[in-house]
Design a protein. Structure first.
Length: 261
Protein backbone atom coordinates (compact mmCIF):
# COMPACT_ATOMS: atom_id res chain seq x y z
CA UNK A 1 0.00 0.00 0.00
CA UNK A 2 1.24 3.49 -0.85
CA UNK A 3 2.12 5.69 2.12
CA UNK A 4 0.92 8.81 0.32
CA UNK A 5 -2.06 10.07 -1.62
CA UNK A 6 -2.62 12.97 -4.05
CA UNK A 7 -5.20 15.71 -3.63
CA UNK A 8 -7.42 15.51 -6.70
CA UNK A 9 -9.92 18.22 -5.70
CA UNK A 10 -9.19 21.99 -5.81
CA UNK A 11 -8.63 21.83 -2.05
CA UNK A 12 -8.63 19.17 0.66
CA UNK A 13 -9.87 20.22 4.08
CA UNK A 14 -7.76 18.85 6.92
CA UNK A 15 -9.89 18.30 10.04
CA UNK A 16 -8.91 18.10 13.71
CA UNK A 17 -10.90 14.88 14.07
CA UNK A 18 -12.24 12.35 11.56
CA UNK A 19 -15.57 14.10 11.11
CA UNK A 20 -16.91 16.72 8.71
CA UNK A 21 -18.32 18.58 11.71
CA UNK A 22 -14.85 18.90 13.26
CA UNK A 23 -12.69 22.04 13.08
CA UNK A 24 -10.76 22.62 9.84
CA UNK A 25 -7.17 23.09 10.97
CA UNK A 26 -5.58 23.64 7.55
CA UNK A 27 -5.89 22.71 3.88
CA UNK A 28 -3.91 20.94 1.18
CA UNK A 29 -4.07 22.15 -2.42
CA UNK A 30 -4.68 20.41 -5.74
CA UNK A 31 -1.93 17.91 -6.68
CA UNK A 32 -0.34 18.12 -3.24
CA UNK A 33 1.21 14.84 -2.10
CA UNK A 34 0.39 14.03 1.52
CA UNK A 35 1.74 11.27 3.72
CA UNK A 36 -0.79 8.79 5.10
CA UNK A 37 -0.11 7.82 8.71
CA UNK A 38 -3.30 5.93 9.53
CA UNK A 39 -6.57 4.86 7.92
CA UNK A 40 -9.90 4.69 9.74
CA UNK A 41 -13.00 3.84 7.72
CA UNK A 42 -12.98 6.46 4.91
CA UNK A 43 -10.65 8.84 6.77
CA UNK A 44 -6.88 9.28 6.60
CA UNK A 45 -4.69 10.72 9.33
CA UNK A 46 -2.08 12.61 7.32
CA UNK A 47 1.12 14.60 7.62
CA UNK A 48 1.61 17.61 5.34
CA UNK A 49 4.86 19.04 4.01
CA UNK A 50 4.90 21.69 6.75
CA UNK A 51 4.63 19.05 9.48
CA UNK A 52 0.98 19.81 10.20
CA UNK A 53 -1.25 16.79 10.71
CA UNK A 54 -4.96 16.04 10.74
CA UNK A 55 -7.71 14.00 9.16
CA UNK A 56 -8.63 14.05 5.46
CA UNK A 57 -11.57 12.18 3.94
CA UNK A 58 -11.08 9.87 0.96
CA UNK A 59 -13.37 12.19 -1.03
CA UNK A 60 -10.46 14.61 -1.51
CA UNK A 61 -7.77 12.08 -2.41
CA UNK A 62 -6.58 9.60 -5.00
CA UNK A 63 -3.86 6.96 -4.94
CA UNK A 64 -3.04 7.59 -8.60
CA UNK A 65 0.71 7.54 -9.31
CA UNK A 66 0.69 8.25 -13.05
CA UNK A 67 3.60 10.67 -12.82
CA UNK A 68 5.82 8.86 -10.31
CA UNK A 69 5.85 5.63 -12.27
CA UNK A 70 5.80 7.16 -15.77
CA UNK A 71 2.73 5.09 -16.59
CA UNK A 72 1.42 7.67 -19.05
CA UNK A 73 3.64 10.73 -19.23
CA UNK A 74 7.37 10.95 -19.82
CA UNK A 75 9.02 13.15 -17.17
CA UNK A 76 10.85 15.02 -19.91
CA UNK A 77 7.57 16.13 -21.46
CA UNK A 78 5.88 17.92 -18.54
CA UNK A 79 6.89 20.70 -16.17
CA UNK A 80 5.50 21.94 -12.86
CA UNK A 81 3.98 25.41 -12.60
CA UNK A 82 2.68 27.67 -9.83
CA UNK A 83 -0.80 29.09 -10.30
CA UNK A 84 -0.56 32.89 -9.87
CA UNK A 85 -4.10 33.93 -10.81
CA UNK A 86 -6.82 34.08 -8.18
CA UNK A 87 -8.06 30.97 -9.97
CA UNK A 88 -6.28 29.50 -12.98
CA UNK A 89 -8.02 30.16 -16.27
CA UNK A 90 -8.85 26.69 -17.55
CA UNK A 91 -11.28 25.63 -20.21
CA UNK A 92 -13.65 23.92 -17.81
CA UNK A 93 -15.84 26.29 -15.80
CA UNK A 94 -16.67 23.62 -13.24
CA UNK A 95 -13.11 23.20 -11.98
CA UNK A 96 -11.19 25.99 -10.24
CA UNK A 97 -7.48 25.77 -9.37
CA UNK A 98 -6.38 28.09 -6.57
CA UNK A 99 -3.52 30.55 -6.42
CA UNK A 100 -0.50 28.74 -4.97
CA UNK A 101 -1.35 25.33 -6.40
CA UNK A 102 1.54 23.54 -8.10
CA UNK A 103 0.40 21.67 -11.19
CA UNK A 104 2.10 19.57 -13.92
CA UNK A 105 1.55 20.70 -17.50
CA UNK A 106 2.73 19.74 -20.95
CA UNK A 107 2.61 21.43 -24.31
CA UNK A 108 0.54 19.84 -27.06
CA UNK A 109 -0.05 21.49 -30.45
CA UNK A 110 1.03 24.89 -29.06
CA UNK A 111 -1.47 24.65 -26.19
CA UNK A 112 -0.50 24.21 -22.55
CA UNK A 113 -2.39 21.35 -20.93
CA UNK A 114 -2.64 20.62 -17.22
CA UNK A 115 -2.42 16.97 -16.23
CA UNK A 116 -5.23 15.97 -13.88
CA UNK A 117 -4.38 13.20 -11.36
CA UNK A 118 -6.88 10.99 -13.20
CA UNK A 119 -4.79 11.30 -16.37
CA UNK A 120 -7.05 13.69 -18.26
CA UNK A 121 -5.57 16.75 -19.95
CA UNK A 122 -7.20 20.14 -19.37
CA UNK A 123 -6.28 23.14 -21.49
CA UNK A 124 -4.96 25.97 -19.29
CA UNK A 125 -3.83 29.55 -19.94
CA UNK A 126 -0.09 30.26 -19.76
CA UNK A 127 -0.93 33.63 -18.24
CA UNK A 128 -2.21 31.89 -15.11
CA UNK A 129 1.12 30.16 -14.43
CA UNK A 130 4.81 30.62 -13.73
CA UNK A 131 7.48 27.94 -14.10
CA UNK A 132 8.16 26.47 -10.63
CA UNK A 133 11.63 25.25 -11.66
CA UNK A 134 12.82 28.86 -11.74
CA UNK A 135 13.68 30.67 -8.54
CA UNK A 136 11.25 33.43 -7.67
CA UNK A 137 11.93 35.55 -4.64
CA UNK A 138 9.20 36.92 -2.38
CA UNK A 139 9.11 40.20 -4.32
CA UNK A 140 8.33 38.42 -7.60
CA UNK A 141 5.46 36.44 -6.08
CA UNK A 142 4.06 39.59 -4.47
CA UNK A 143 3.60 41.08 -7.93
CA UNK A 144 0.65 38.70 -8.30
CA UNK A 145 -0.80 39.13 -4.81
CA UNK A 146 -3.31 41.81 -5.80
CA UNK A 147 -5.20 38.97 -7.49
CA UNK A 148 -6.21 37.85 -4.00
CA UNK A 149 -7.66 41.08 -2.63
CA UNK A 150 -11.21 40.55 -1.42
CA UNK A 151 -10.81 36.80 -0.89
CA UNK A 152 -12.85 35.95 2.21
CA UNK A 153 -11.27 35.01 5.53
CA UNK A 154 -11.53 31.32 6.39
CA UNK A 155 -10.19 29.73 9.56
CA UNK A 156 -7.66 27.11 8.42
CA UNK A 157 -7.87 28.41 4.84
CA UNK A 158 -4.91 28.31 2.46
CA UNK A 159 -6.58 28.87 -0.92
CA UNK A 160 -8.39 31.36 -3.12
CA UNK A 161 -11.63 30.02 -1.66
CA UNK A 162 -10.58 31.56 1.67
CA UNK A 163 -7.42 32.37 3.67
CA UNK A 164 -6.53 32.81 7.27
CA UNK A 165 -3.64 35.19 7.95
CA UNK A 166 -0.84 32.66 8.43
CA UNK A 167 -2.13 30.46 5.60
CA UNK A 168 -1.83 33.36 3.16
CA UNK A 169 1.74 34.14 4.24
CA UNK A 170 2.73 30.47 4.20
CA UNK A 171 1.55 30.01 0.59
CA UNK A 172 3.56 33.06 -0.53
CA UNK A 173 6.59 31.65 1.27
CA UNK A 174 6.17 28.20 -0.32
CA UNK A 175 6.06 29.73 -3.78
CA UNK A 176 9.36 31.46 -2.97
CA UNK A 177 11.00 28.20 -1.80
CA UNK A 178 10.65 28.83 1.94
CA UNK A 179 9.08 26.03 3.98
CA UNK A 180 7.53 28.34 6.58
CA UNK A 181 5.54 26.70 9.40
CA UNK A 182 1.75 26.92 9.41
CA UNK A 183 0.84 29.08 12.43
CA UNK A 184 2.01 32.54 13.51
CA UNK A 185 3.44 31.29 16.80
CA UNK A 186 5.49 28.71 14.87
CA UNK A 187 6.53 31.08 12.09
CA UNK A 188 8.24 33.59 14.39
CA UNK A 189 10.46 30.77 15.69
CA UNK A 190 11.46 29.64 12.19
CA UNK A 191 15.18 29.68 11.39
CA UNK A 192 14.24 31.02 7.97
CA UNK A 193 13.31 34.39 9.51
CA UNK A 194 15.38 37.00 11.29
CA UNK A 195 14.20 40.18 13.09
CA UNK A 196 14.40 43.46 11.21
CA UNK A 197 14.11 47.02 12.54
CA UNK A 198 10.96 49.02 11.83
CA UNK A 199 13.11 51.74 10.28
CA UNK A 200 14.42 49.28 7.69
CA UNK A 201 11.23 47.65 6.40
CA UNK A 202 11.20 46.53 2.75
CA UNK A 203 8.88 44.68 0.40
CA UNK A 204 8.53 41.04 1.45
CA UNK A 205 9.13 41.61 5.17
CA UNK A 206 6.64 40.22 7.67
CA UNK A 207 4.85 41.97 10.50
CA UNK A 208 3.39 39.98 13.40
CA UNK A 209 0.76 41.21 15.81
CA UNK A 210 -0.36 40.27 19.33
CA UNK A 211 -4.05 41.04 19.37
CA UNK A 212 -5.03 38.76 22.25
CA UNK A 213 -1.91 38.52 24.39
CA UNK A 214 -0.01 36.15 22.09
CA UNK A 215 1.28 36.32 18.51
CA UNK A 216 -1.86 35.65 16.49
CA UNK A 217 -1.82 37.68 13.27
CA UNK A 218 0.58 38.35 10.39
CA UNK A 219 0.88 40.47 7.28
CA UNK A 220 3.47 40.84 4.55
CA UNK A 221 4.77 44.20 3.34
CA UNK A 222 4.21 45.36 -0.24
CA UNK A 223 6.47 48.38 0.31
CA UNK A 224 7.91 50.24 3.33
CA UNK A 225 4.50 50.95 4.94
CA UNK A 226 1.69 48.96 3.31
CA UNK A 227 1.07 45.30 4.10
CA UNK A 228 -1.40 42.71 2.84
CA UNK A 229 -3.10 40.33 5.26
CA UNK A 230 -6.29 38.34 5.79
CA UNK A 231 -8.69 39.78 8.35
CA UNK A 232 -12.33 39.58 7.34
CA UNK A 233 -10.94 39.28 3.83
CA UNK A 234 -7.59 39.66 2.10
CA UNK A 235 -6.87 43.39 2.18
CA UNK A 236 -4.16 46.02 2.42
CA UNK A 237 -3.49 48.24 5.44
CA UNK A 238 -0.70 50.61 6.36
CA UNK A 239 1.58 51.29 9.32
CA UNK A 240 1.65 54.99 8.42
CA UNK A 241 -0.72 57.19 10.43
CA UNK A 242 -0.90 59.51 7.42
CA UNK A 243 -2.44 56.81 5.25
CA UNK A 244 -6.17 56.38 4.61
CA UNK A 245 -5.72 52.64 5.22
CA UNK A 246 -3.97 52.97 8.57
CA UNK A 247 -5.38 50.55 11.15
CA UNK A 248 -4.71 51.74 14.71
CA UNK A 249 -5.92 48.51 16.33
CA UNK A 250 -3.36 46.48 14.41
CA UNK A 251 -0.51 48.95 14.64
CA UNK A 252 -0.93 49.44 18.38
CA UNK A 253 -0.38 45.71 18.80
CA UNK A 254 2.67 45.02 16.61
CA UNK A 255 4.81 42.25 18.08
CA UNK A 256 7.82 42.51 15.76
CA UNK A 257 9.06 42.58 12.17
CA UNK A 258 10.90 39.77 10.38
CA UNK A 259 12.74 39.17 7.11
CA UNK A 260 13.32 36.00 5.13
CA UNK A 261 16.98 34.98 5.21
Amino acid sequence: MQNYKIVDKPIANVYKFNSFTSEIVTQALFWEKIEIIENKDSWNFVSLRDGYSGWVHDFYLTVNDILDNNKIFDKNDYKWYWVVDHFAHIYNDNFKISFGSKVPCLMLENNLNMIHPNGLLIKISKDSLIDSSKYFGINKILQYISNLEGTPYLWGGKSSFGYDCSGLVQIIAFMSNYNLPRDCCMQIKSKQLSPVKSSNIAMGDLVYFSLSGSVDHVGIFLNEIDFIHSSGCVKINSTSKESDIYDSRLCDNIHDYYRFK
